[in-house]
Design a protein around this ligand. Structure first.
Ligand code: PEP
Length: 249
C-alpha cells in the first residue's frame, strides 16, 4: 500500500511572517495522523521558518520548490540541495511546470536536479505534464513519458523506487480547469507502466500524485481515481482551512 501524499506548493506566497502565522494556524487545526504524508513547499526564504514552526511535530514535512544542480558555487540567486537539507527540508519539487515553462528548465536539468537531491538526502518529486497544445495534438503520453524518462535517466532503479512523481497537466495548473478523474487515471496508468518497464516490480513503491486546480470540491473524486496516490496542490493550499480539508480527503 502506498501511503497517500498531500503536497502543498505555496509558489511565491507567504514570506516568513505569513508563513509563521500559517503554520501556527495549521498546527492548531490539524490533529497528527500516521496514515498520510503531508508536505509543505514554502518559498526558499520561508523554509527554515516553517521547519522551526513545526517544532517537534514529525507528522508534517517540508520541502523546497526548486534546487540548483550544483551543491555550491557562483550561482547567484539559486538554492542548493545541501542548503535545503541544512534548513530542515526533506523533499524537493523538480521540474514543476512553472520551472519548465516560465524559467525554461530543460529535461536535462531535471535529471541533474534529481541527482543533486538524492546526493544530498532529499526526496525529489519529479513533476511531469503536457501543455494544452500537446493534449490537443494527441501527444500527452509522448510528452509525459519523455519528461519522466529524461528526469529519471541518471538514477538507479533502487533510487527511482524511493522517489515520487507528480502528473500535472500544464493546462490545469492555476487555471481552474481540472483533468477529470478518468483523464488523470489514463496518464497515471501510462506512468506506472513506464516505471514498471524500467524498474520492474519496484514501480509499485513509487507514489504518483495528481496536480492541477485541485480544491476542496474535487479532491475526493481525484483521490478516488484509479492510480492517484496523492495530490499536489497550489492555490487551494494557501488557505489553512481549505488545505486541512484537502489533507483530510
Ligand atoms: C501546482 O502549483 O503544482 C498546482 C497544481 O497549482 P494549482 O493547484 O493552483 O493548479
Amino acid at each position: 500500500m502506498r501511503r497517500p501524499i498531500f503536497a502543498g506548493n505555496w509558489k511565491m506566497h507567504h514570506g516568513p511572517t505569513e508563513a509563521r502565522a500559517y503554520m501556527a494556524a495549521f498546527a492548531a487545526r490539524w490533529t497528527p495522523r500516521t496514515d498520510r504524508t503531508i508536505i509543505f513547499f514554502p518559498p526558499a526564504v520561508s523554509l527554515a521558518t516553517v521547519v522551526h514552526a513545526l517544532g517537534a511535530r514529525t507528522d508534517l514535512s517540508v520541502g523546497a520548490q526548486n534546487i540548483w544542480t550544483e551543491d555550491k558555487g557562483a550561482f547567484t540567486g539559486e538554492t542548493s540541495a545541501p542548503m535545503v537539507k541544512d534548513a530542515g527540508g526533506r523533499y524537493v519539487l523538480v521540474g514543476h511546470s512553472e520551472r519548465r515553462h516560465v524559467f525554461g528548465e530543460t529535461d536535462a536539468q531535471t535529471a541533474l536536479k534529481c541527482v543533486a537531491a538524492i546526493r544530498n538526502g532529499l526526496t525529489p518529486i519529479l513533476c511531469v505534464g503536457e501543455l494544452l497544445l500537446d493534449r490537443e495534438a494527441g501527444r500527452t503520453t509522448d510528452v509525459v513519458l519523455r519528461q519522466l524518462r529524461a528526469g529519471l535517466a541518471e538514477l538507479s532503479a533502487e533510487v527511482v523506487a524511493s522517489i515520487a512523481i507528480a502528473y500535472e497537466p500544464v493546462w490545469a495548473i492555476g487555471t481552474g480547469k481540472t483533468a477529470t478523474p478518468e483523464d488523470a487515471s489514463v496518464v497515471h496508468a501510462d506512468i506506472r507502466k513506464a516505471l514498471h518497464h524500467s524498474i520492474g516490480d519496484r514501480a509499485a513503491d513509487v507514489p504518483v500524485l495528481y496536480g492541477g486546480s485541485v480544491n476542496t470540491g474535487n479532491a475526493k473524486s481525484l483521490m478516488a481515481a484509479e492510480g492517484v496516490d496523492g495530490l499536489l496542490v497550489g492555490g487551494a493550499c494557501l488557505d489553512v482551512e481549505s488545505w486541512a480539508r484537502i489533507c483530510d480527503t
